[in-house]
Design a binder for this molecule. Structure first.
Ligand code: NAD
Length: 478
């Protein structure tokens, strides 16, 4: 996509002042095209259009909205090849992953919320002989939807679908590094019959730019953000003056706990995936691996061996397991963490550098680091790259303490064949999402979100509608 424009009130438009920025393919370093850089004027126009459209869209029935959402899902599926290629060119992720995960899940997000909204109910309380109370669910208004670059369309549609299903309108601010699939989604929405103004897309940056202007805007009612924890803090500050409703899905430093009684093959194969899929650029990746001491040496050896065998390279090659990181700048950041881990006594068993066979692009080898402890930066900060640490542990109490010793609380994984232990440890771990003997297995009806500084609120199933609707109680005297 050579020229990426905003989508405001049903039309593709450049910025009023003509400003643009470059979109780069991180796997080649080449310029893909230019992106319109939105500012206050574009956010204002988009919010006005969304407010106007809200008057009619909020009065459509759930059945009508669901039919449109299903049409969007169909069109995403029909355009799978193009969308997957756009996603890969923007992010550097393997095309095979975009085709098998990002785009199919984006279509499913629309299908899921289209069906879910039709069965949505509210509560009734009868005060016998005195009064009858019932709650009505109503859309909230104009939503600002701010998304990250790691799973661009996947995570954006996770917001857009319930937002529209509930009868709200929106202004989307996609990540500046991955603007193209959001733009294609706008085109698809129009084709599917979404009325003008219901979905708007404004491109641009975050702080003191389009993102911040959206969160400050007095006519925006709610903000759903997926991004870094520091971004959540900034958005909370700028949304405070207008007291917006907020839903935050933020960073993680997720523990992956392996007990010696686990199914070894299952645990190691899944750990390779939970460490390195999408170049480790998934908020749910298990970047802190704790292995019970009797299994430690065997587990580390197998992990290192399999990490070494992962094929890092051209995202378009179907044989590629690990593509490029999102940018050169991010690669430097990831490498900085590895360098400082070594300075703090860590030992890199595999990776820790750019692959020698690739002469260009932001590629980084899958990296396993040992001999670190809970005082090291690498075990405390989110790296958001293909880098994991492995530490041994001796007791259940010790590993629970280590796992919870963080201000993050997004997800946790544990491996054991002892059912009692699984329940016990799952109950103790401080994380919003806990997997036992699996990882990234998602039922969209379940609550998804983080504890502590990994987020605010839950999305998924009815929880998305708790955020995207207002409940009002009607009390009728009998
Ligand atoms: P980021 O926070 O840098 O950016 C996310 C979005 O916020 C972008 O669109 C950006 O332009 C915008 N933004 C940045 N500063 C802003 C501001 N002051 N006001 C308004 N908008 C602003 O995050 P990223 O680098 O794109 O994504 C990686 C981060 O996202 C990681 O921390 C990762 O863990 C997190 N993440 C969390 C989840 C989850 O479900 N919890 C999922 C994916 C990614």
């Amino acid at each position: 996509m050579e020229r990426v424009l905003h989508f405001i009130d049903g039309a593709f438009v450049p910025s009023e002042d003509g400003r643009t920025f470059d979109n780069l393919n991180p796997a080649t370093g080449e310029r893909i095209g230019t992106v319109a850089e939105g500012g206050r004027a574009e956010i204002d126009k988009a919010v006005r259009a969304a407010r106007r459209a809200f008057r009619t869209w909020s009065r459509t029935t759930a059945q009508e909205r669901a039919a449109i959402l299903h049409r969007i899902a169909n069109l995403i599926e029909e355009n799978l090849e193009e969308l997957a290629l756009l996603e890969t060119t923007d992010t550097g992720k393997p095309l095979s992953l975009a085709k098998s995960l990002d785009i199919p899940r984006s279509a499913y997000n629309f299908r899921f919320f289209a069906d879910f909204v039709k069965g949505l109910s509210t509560e009734t309380f009868e005060m016998e002989g005195v009064a009858l109370n019932y709650a009505l669910r109503r859309p909230v208004g104009v939503a600002g939807l701010i998304s990250p670059w790691n799973l661009p369309l996947f995570l954006l549609t996770w917001k857009v679908a319930p937002c529209l299903a509930a009868g709200n309108t929106c202004v989307i601010k996609p990540a500046e590094l991955t603007p193209t699939t959001a733009t294609k989604l706008a085109e698809i929405c129009k084709q599917a019959g979404v009325p003008d103004g219901v979905v708007n897309v404004v491109h641009g940056f975050g702080p003191d730019a389009a993102g911040q202007f959206l969160t400050e805007h007095e006519d925006v009612d709610l903000i759903s953000l997926t991004g870094e924890t520091t971004t959540g803090k900034a958005v909370m500050r700028s949304a405070a003056s207008t007291l917006k409703r907020l839903s935050f899905e933020l960073g993680g430093k997720n523990p992956n706990i392996v007990f010696a009684d686990c199914d070894f093959e299952d645990a190691i194969a899944t750990t390779v995936r939970s460490s390195f899929v999408n170049q480790g650029e998934v908020c749910l990746c298990g970047s802190r691996i704790y292995v019970e001491r009797p299994l430690y040496d065997r587990f580390v050896e197998a992990l290192v061996d399999r990490a070494r065998k992962l094929r890092v390279g051209d995202p378009l090659d179907p044989q590629t397991d690990v593509g490029s990181l999102i940018s050169e700048e991010h690669l430097e950041r990831v490498h900085g963490f590895v360098r400082r881990a070594v300075e703090q006594g860590g030992r890199v068993l595999v990776g820790g550098k750019r692959p020698e066979h690739l002469k260009r692009g932001a590629f980084y080898e899958p990296t396993v680091i040992v001999d670190v402890d809970e005082t090291c930066e690498i075990t405390r900060q989110e790296v958001f790259g293909p880098v994991v640490t492995v530490q041994p542990f001796d007791t259940e109490e010790e590993v629970i303490r280590l796992a919870n010793d963080t201000h993050y609380g997004l997800s946790a994984t544990l491996w054991t064949s002892n059912l009692k232990r699984a329940h016990r440890v799952a109950g103790e771990l401080e994380a919003g999402v806990i997997w036992v003997n699996t990882w990234f297995l998602r039922d969209l009806r379940t609550p998804f979100g983080g504890m502590k500084q990994s987020g605010i609120g839950r999305e998924g199933g009815v929880h998305s509608f708790e955020f995207f609707t207002e409940l009002k109680n009607v009390c009728i005297k009998l």
